[in-house]
Design a protein around this ligand. Structure first.
Ligand SMILES: [Zn+2]
Ligand SMILES: [Zn+2]
Length: 271
């Protein structure tokens, strides 16, 4: 198993969650590598959005997987003496055996895997998987179109998908575990302060711990929205239970490689 804690003990300058030309990132892998070296990073992982069984402009196709591996090899040859580069994926959980646990992903020669939920079933047409991860404007439109305005369905289903993903396994890091909280709390103010919501997060946390998975503290939205995933209010729980964590900025631009990361690391230390 990949030793994330080895990296986090060694340095604060790592990032194990990045998106490049192989999915919806806005720069090439090589641009990420050179920026990472310039910023003093010693460990960098590439995690394109995995091939999926649903239509998604953000995910890589299966035909892109080998070129992705080839590009990593090329970059390792060119830069491997200056930075550790990791081949990984952010694998979408869609449904039973359609996610990280699937044979296809298990057989890929990846250094590690992030498991994430970005899609949940349409409330009336469960075969239709709907993106709930994007910007609020689009989320709000889909709340009417795909979920009949039922925000509790959306929140409950997001967490039940996360729970099912954890049960099925096949991955190492739980990606942005309560990300639905941001869009949901814009749709219904402070929904993420309600006790039933809190219980969903805590139940998920306990399940993750039972399965000995690493939790990502995702800092992508910190500067823009003042929000970490998991939310800052859960950092104390992570510490109390000595949860294995990695801090990633989920960067889609090389300049955002360290975005919010050092703040999260500092807050974890002082809490
Ligand atoms: Zn994600
Ligand atoms: Zn991501």
């Amino acid at each position: 198993m990949f030793d994330f804690q080895h990296i986090t003990r060694e340095t604060d300058l790592y990032n194990l969650h990045t998106h490049t030309q192989f999915c919806d990132g806005h720069a090439t892998m090589e641009e990420f590598v050179t920026e990472a070296i310039d910023q003093g990073f010693t460990h960098l992982g590439f995690t394109p959005h995995s091939p999926v069984s649903v239509e998604s402009p953000c995910n890589m196709g299966r035909e892109d997987v080998q070129p992705f591996f080839d590009e990593i090899e090329r970059l390792r040859t060119a830069y491997g003496h200056r930075i550790h580069l990791y081949t990984a994926m952010e694998i979408d959980y869609i449904g039973v055996n359609d996610g990280p646990a699937n044979e296809y992903f298990r057989n890929l020669p990846l250094d590690y895997r992030i498991g994430s939920v970005h899609f949940i079933p349409d409330i009336d047409d469960p075969a239709n998987m709907v993106d709930i991860d994007g910007k609020f404007h689009g989320f709000k439109a889909r709340m009417g179109k795909n979920f009949n305005g039922d925000i509790e369905y959306v929140v409950n289903t997001f967490f039940s998908q996360m729970m099912a993903m954890v049960e099925e396994g096949g991955f190492d890091i739980v990606g942005h575990m309560d990300k639905i909280g941001f869009n949901a709390s814009q749709y219904r103010d402070a929904i993420d302060e309600e006790p039933w919501y809190d219980k969903l997060v805590i139940d998920l946390f306990e399940n993750i711990m039972d399965h000995h998975l690493t939790i990502e503290i995702n800092t992508k939205a910190w500067l823009q929205n003042n929000r970490f995933y998991p939310n800052l209010k859960y950092f104390g729980m992570l510490k109390r239970f000595n949860a294995p964590v990695v801090v990633n900025s989920d960067a889609h631009y090389p300049t955002l490689l360290n975005n919010g990361r050092l703040e999260a690391i500092r807050l974890m230390k002082v809490l």
